[in-house]
Design a protein around this ligand. Structure first.
Ligand code: NAG
Ligand code: NAG
Ligand code: NAG
Ligand code: NAG
Ligand code: NAG
Ligand code: NAG
Ligand code: NAG
Length: 410
């Protein structure tokens, strides 16, 4: 009986000790975890002789943002970036303090309705806060004045960002990257060399006026009305606009995009590169589809397109002039020489996806920027960020904007 009791105490004591030890052990582990990122995740072996640059992704990772940075170093390694010492994490506890990260990255998509209490509570004047967005302010306006004098750098499709994150890359005939940028110096289309016979042969298989690839039908720019109107005008000439995707009758599943693009190349004269919102510099990969696949872009967007293409190699869709646009398209289809002239740029320039090469890849460029000691150390503040992101103010002050229009009517 007595021995039994001792045994019970002994067992309890052992159990208590085990619990205590495991707690201490855990505590110790926890300390290591927050003070040393290398130990936080034992499967990651960061080379200690490399000076890592830590990027914290603050806003929700699940927000739609393309192309988004993944945790780790894979996107820099994968591209063989000249600077591949950037380490991306969305774990706010990776380092001791949020202020220890070299860069804190905020996706515009996650800031729309964010409250001040959900922003970092400690900040070092040394680190850079970076605003990143591939989406336009028409969908993701930033209107809260707390974001003025908040960001140090921008990484967006806008051409006056610190690092641009667009898909498009323009090279001259020698392979030098020349754009897009705000001030382009193009060769005049008149002075460009005429296209050669092999390119003429390539264009000879085309038979349908235009194609449009689209997945969202009712968007702020009103592009669907323009497309429908163009369809109507071209029908008068017995010519068609094939609409692929949810808003049309043709299908192009995302897994057969390559096939659709090949079809674009062989069958279609024009490609509608219509943007979902009319904001400055907002030009998406649609333009690349047109130019890389031997179709003439018909653009509809808020950009000044001379920043992206020489005048004369594309057509512009304007709300009030769809009939004239249809006439121009029909003319070019019927008079071969006129159509060929749209392709003279091939002798002088080429269009690429920035991700094709490590010299233009937007991730490589971001990591290189962070490694640029001079730029990193220089104080830079977007004092009037709200205005920078949203120059017309129309997306923030919609209410007043509409009221003004209303007052104007009466
Ligand atoms: C640790 O890193 C590996 C490789 O990046 C990843 O697959 C794994 O999910 C990470 N584990 C934790 C707990 O973060
Ligand atoms: C760590 O980085 C140094 C300097 O870049 C390099 O010489 C060394 O080979 C790397 N070690 C490992 C294990 O990758
Ligand atoms: C880079 O990523 C792509 C797509 O995920 C993959 O196909 C390719 O093999 C990767 N390259 C390297 C060098 O890891
Ligand atoms: C329109 O095109 C179709 C197919 O190419 C043809 O059969 C038809 O006769 C044309 N109609 C007119 C009015 O030209
Ligand atoms: C577009 O940019 C060019 C060159 O920078 C400029 O000359 C032209 O005035 C701009 N067009 C508009 C409509 O702003
Ligand atoms: C024809 O012109 C294209 C575009 O400039 C060029 O890529 C191609 O090599 C030329 N072909 C011949 C046979 O000269
Ligand atoms: C970043 O911006 C903050 C807030 O305006 C400013 O206090 C800080 O000096 C800036 N730091 C750098 C490195 O640009």
């Amino acid at each position: 009986m007595f021995i039994n009791k001792i045994n019970k105490y002994f067992v309890l004591c052992v159990i208590f000790n085990i619990i205590l030890l495991s707690l201490v052990y855990n505590l110790d582990n926890y300390n290591l975890k927050i003070s040393n990122p290398i130990l936080y995740n034992h499967t990651i072996q960061l080379n200690k002789s490399i000076e890592w640059k830590y990027i914290l992704i603050w806003t929700d990772h699940k927000e739609p943002f393309k192309p988004f940075l993944r945790d780790g170093i894979i996107q820099f390694r994968n591209k063989s970036c000249s600077f591949a010492n950037c380490y991306v994490s969305s774990n706010r506890q990776l380092l001791k303090d949020v202020a220890d990260f070299d860069v804190v990255l905020f996706y515009g998509t996650g800031l729309k309705n964010i409250k001040a209490s959900f922003l970092p509570q400690s900040r070092s004047p040394r680190q850079k806060y970076v605003f990143a967005s591939m989406e336009s302010p028409a969908y993701y306006p930033i209107c809260n004045y707390m974001f003025n004098s908040y960001f140090n750098w921008t990484w967006t499709y806008k051409l006056n960002s610190d690092e641009i994150s667009t898909y498009i890359c323009i090279k001259d005939q020698y392979g030098n990257v020349i754009g897009p940028k705000e001030e382009m110096h193009w060769k005049n289309v008149e002075s460009m060399m005429p296209i050669n016979d092999s390119l003429k042969a390539k264009l000879s298989t085309k038979k349908i006026a235009a194609a449009w690839f689209v997945s969202n039908c009712n968007v702020p720019s009103g592009r669907d009305l323009i497309a429908k109107q163009l369809q109507f005008e071209l029908a008068k000439y017995n010519m068609t606009v094939d609409i692929y995707g949810k808003c049309g009758t043709m299908k192009c599943p995302s897994d057969s995009m390559e096939e659709c693009l090949r079809k674009l190349e062989t069958d279609y004269y024009f490609f509608l590169a219509f943007e979902n919102s009319l904001t400055e510099d907002y030009v998406t990969e649609k333009l690349l589809h047109a130019l890389q696949h031997y179709t003439v872009p018909v653009v509809y967007g808020g950009a000044n397109y001379t920043r992206f293409m020489p005048d004369g190699i594309y057509l512009i869709a304007q709300q009030s002039q769809i009939r004239e646009l249809a006439e121009e398209m029909v003319d070019a289809i019927n008079y071969r020489q006129r159509y060929y002239d749209f392709f003279k740029w091939h002798n002088h320039y080429s269009y690429h996806n920035r991700r094709e090469s490590r010299d233009t890849d937007t991730y490589c460029k971001l990591c290189a920027l962070i490694n640029n000691q001079e730029k990193y150390a220089k104080t830079s503040i977007y004092e009037n960020f709200i205005k920078w992101w949203n120059p017309e103010n129309e997306f923030c002050f919609n209410y007043f904007y509409n009221l003004k229009k209303f007052v104007h009517l009466i």
